[in-house]
Design a protein around this ligand. Sequence first.
Ligand code: ATP
Ligand code: LTN
Length: 342
Amino acid sequence: MTQNFGSANKPNLLSGMQPSAGSLHLGNYLGALVNWTKMQDDFNAYYVIVDLHAITVPQDPKELRDNTRRTAAQYIAAGIDTDKSALFVQSHVPAHAQLAWVLNCITGFGEASRMTQFKDKSQKTGADTASVGLFTYPILQAADILLYQPKAVPVGEDQRQHIELTRDLASRFNTRFGQTFEVPEAHILKETAKIYDLQYPQAKMSKSAADPKGLVNLMDEDSIIVKKFKSAVTDTEAQIRFDRDAKPGVSNLLGIFSLLTGESVSVLEDRFAGQGYGALKTELADAAVSVIAPIRARAHELLADQAELDRLLAIGADRANALAETTLAKVYERLGFIAATK
Ligand code: ATP
Ligand code: LTN
């Protein structure tokens, strides 16, 4: 089972996703997951479902449990191969929380205060009621990354600031205590891979969107997917062309179409020249259903056998723990912590 994983000649890679919803959406899939599946051949890939990050905002325990398994099932259904990659749950690897504490102690308060995600997310509830966990979220993310000595961290543009912080913390630790961490590179996915909300095409498609109509989910039934595309916001010009500023809705549909089918946007513009938005939406909905339906079906199969799914996650956790414990031991030693006698 483990023979494909852990090749010494391949560089490491790590990325993560929060189990913050029962379904991933098309933005997560086209913007992140498709790339993750492609990268697993060239890297020893560690993919982590970050439940510790999820509790930085309130979570219902039953929903968190369900969402964690549902996220895992969708990763696998979308092509993460548990033979090739380590797919695991963050709370199964204690070193994440342990290294996060150490990194908290070398991060400046001002430095952490400059992270824009906290400013954005805490505005929803007010900074006074936002948790301290939400404030230190990027430092836990740095720990996720640095434990696995990765060369590459594939993420969306929104994560750039967190990777910069991770690099700063790695270099700082290395300078103060001796070479310990690989300083990882962000592997920022192309801007074209940013998917926007179908109802509010200026906003990115997001799990935390207020209105579910603009979100196409991997776990949506076919009829719902079709309905969401049909009611996507466009404009009154009735011309199918890509112009992100003047025509955000139509441009988003063209972008999604292109990513789903591999046809370029200009080929699609030519193909749909003279046709109405209805034709574009119908064909796009068909294309989306043919990609999403098999993923959804496979995810349901995986979820029907919880013991098997949990077994796959346990294999991932073993692989992750092996490297994470080694890195943490080195960190503790460098810091001057005395080893516990066995
Ligand atoms: P939330 O809204 O709860 O913050 P999210 O939907 O933005 O969640 P994350 O779990 O934060 O999703 O992101 C997982 C991955 O998916 C990240 O690499 C992120 O960059 C990518 N991603 C999220 N939304 C989009 C999108 N609309 N287009 C492209 N990539 C996206
Ligand atoms: N903050 C990320 C999720 C995340 C992550 C990571 C991504 C947590 N730890 C480590 C890459 C590497 C997000 O919200 N998309």
